[in-house]
Design a protein around this ligand. Structure first.
Ligand code: ZN
Length: 418
């Protein structure tokens, strides 16, 4: 998975999202998974058999759609020399267009991020995308508990996603309220109340974490010695106790405490996307604060550095919703690109229709539309820059989106003249 970067993952997630929204009128959408090492001739023979079987389908239109899809897949496979390294997934079928009665044959070949392990041919009214989804699912999970005498917060960290699932308050009174004999009695009562609170926290944590098959570890943090009392006091189920990572001293409680605990535990959370994303944006912010000259931000500036091959790492917000549009002339080589909001597309179309080429006065057309993420990402790939698509799940990701227009870069070297 390490060679599969966040940009490829983002594109696959988006493609699967689009595929999951496609439904056939009948059982006529074909999903085909081919494992690596399979001979293409074997696959086309298989499809020939499926074709034969499908001639028995009663409904005329369904039969025709299935036969068309098999033919289309077979033609596509004939264009290939061999099955790719990780195998291949192909989705093909008659998709209703714009909710109207008409359908169009669509075909989507996808190179999987991990090897396909079983040959699968399936005909259904939807595409069967679960095997691909499973390949990019981030499953490694960490349990996070921040606890002190007055409150406890329990959270789950999976991939780039952090979720606070439980908040508990103790009602344990603070110490040092009385003196003398009654002080000791009072302290015993407090200890008893704290013990009850830890038991309650532990039982909630057990309930939340015990049935998680991919739980890799549990982090416990808090201010002062309370967290050790909780961590070592046997309040958690022994199976969870075995997954306990060293406790961490933190100053905050509640959700801020959870963030602080994750921040201070990054050595245990290597490879967890949430931590990676935080670190990536922090690295950019550090360069900016220290004025090293290696931080750039804003689409225009970063694009400039990308075209100069100066970018080492491109940070781009997953939430960036603009598109890059190419307007070109029908008769000469005139071409211009602009970045607009998706919602401004129809007004741009109007403008383009009503204007003429500044070079030769011929009509203009919109010749290409792609998301700004794809556009910048592809530009980065061409110049061997690393592309990091950053979610808005972390505070840092929010800052990238809101404070820097969703586009930032760390440069390879300080540009001349800066
Ligand atoms: Zn022109």
């Amino acid at each position: 998975m390490s060679t599969y970067d966040s940009f490829e993952r983002f594109r696959l997630e988006r493609e699967l999202q689009a595929l999951s929204g496609k439904h056939g009128f009948h059982t006529e959408l074909i999903s085909l998974y081919i494992p690596p090492g399979k001979q293409l001739s074997e696959v086309t023979n298989n499809l020939k058999q499926e074709y034969g079987t499908s001639t028995n389908i009663k409904s005329k239109s369904t039969r025709q759609h299935v036969l068309d899809a098999i033919t289309m897949i077979t033609q596509r496979l004939k264009m290939m020399k061999s099955v790719p390294e990780n195998g291949l997934a192909i989705f093909c079928g008659a998709i209703p267009q714009n909710g109207q009665g008409s359908e169009k044959m669509e075909l989507y070949p996808i190179i999987p991020p991990k090897p396909v392990n079983v040959y699968l041919y399936r005909c259904d009214n939807k595409f069967h995308i679960d095997p691909l989804k499973d390949m990019i699912k981030e499953t490694a999970t960490y349990g996070i508990i921040v606890v002190d005498r007055s409150e406890a917060t329990i959270a789950i960290l999976t991939g780039k996603h952090l979720e606070v699932v439980k908040r508990l308050t103790s009602g344990v009174p603070s110490k040092h309220t009385a003196g003398g004999q009654s002080q000791r009695r009072f302290e015993r009562l407090i200890e008893q109340a704290a013990h009850e609170f830890f038991k309650r926290t532990g039982s909630h944590a057990n309930e939340i974490f015990l049935n998680m098959p991919d739980l890799k570890g549990i982090l416990v943090g808090g201010a002062g010695p309370t967290k050790e009392k909780f961590a070592q006091g046997g309040y958690l189920n022994y199976q969870l106790q075995q997954k306990m990572l060293p406790t961490v001293d933190i100053g905050n409680s509640g959700e801020e405490g959870i963030e602080e605990l994750i921040e201070n535990s990054s050595e245990f959370l290597k490879g967890v996307r949430y931590t990676e994303e935080k670190k990536l944006v922090q690295r950019f912010l550090e360069h900016l604060a220290k004025e090293t000259g290696l931080a750039a931000y804003g689409e225009k500036e970063v694009r400039e550095f990308l075209t100069q091959s100066t970018v080492d790492t491109l940070l781009i917000s997953e939430a960036l919703e603009t598109i890059r549009v190419t307007v070109s002339c029908n008769s000469c080589d005139y071409k211009r690109e602009e970045t607009i909001r998706k919602s401004d597309m129809s007004s741009l179309q109007q403008t383009v229709q009503n204007s003429l080429c500044p070079k030769c006065n011929s009509p203009l057309t919109i010749s290409d539309v792609k998301s700004t993420i794809d556009d910048l990402g592809e530009l980065a790939e061409k110049t061997n820059a690393k592309v990091e698509v950053i979610s808005t799940e972390t505070e840092e990701g929010q800052e990238l989106k809101q404070g820097f227009g969703g586009v930032a870069a760390i440069l390879r070297y300080r540009p001349a003249g800066m």
